[in-house]
Design a protein around this ligand. Sequence first.
Ligand SMILES: Cc1cc2nc3c(=O)[nH]c(=O)nc-3n(C[C@H](O)[C@H](O)[C@H](O)COP(=O)(O)O)c2cc1C
Length: 139
Amino acid sequence: MSLVRLIYVSKITNQFAMSSLEDILQVARKNNEKNNITGMLCFNRNFFLQSIEGTRDSVNATYNKILNDERHHNAIILEYSEISARDFADWSMGYVPSSSLTAPLNLQFSGTTEFDPYSLSGQSAYQFLLKLKGTLPNI
Ligand SMILES: Cc1cc2nc3c(=O)[nH]c(=O)nc-3n(C[C@H](O)[C@H](O)[C@H](O)COP(=O)(O)O)c2cc1C
């Protein structure tokens, strides 16, 4: 079955506590490994920007679960495409902390130095994530 990539942005709710982040990553990595989903998650205290890639069925099913999670809301899909190969094959869910979301990087891909992923086009979000891939440890 063909591969797809989905990139979305969302905002934390008050159900989210910093401790949730570790829980999210732990569950995401366990499930994603089982479902052959790979990707990256960026977080900056307010917003999430996430890319998930895998077969269409597994990406859609995973996104449906993510959408129903009350720790975030206002999810908007920035990009959904068929792809010929994975970009994040080494990561069941690579994590990019806010310290990597630097002002020059934000300025390169958006109108401001702030990390505001809602203002990114699908293409910018994708290029932004590819650039951040270089900062990730291989886990
Ligand atoms: C920002 C965010 C990103 C998430 N990413 C993933 C993910 O990549 N894979 C996943 O299985 N669950 C992810 N989750 C967790 C799901 O929303 C859900 O809690 C989990 O899939 C439930 O797993 P279970 O069916 O094994 O209980 C994410 C949640 C949030 C808030």
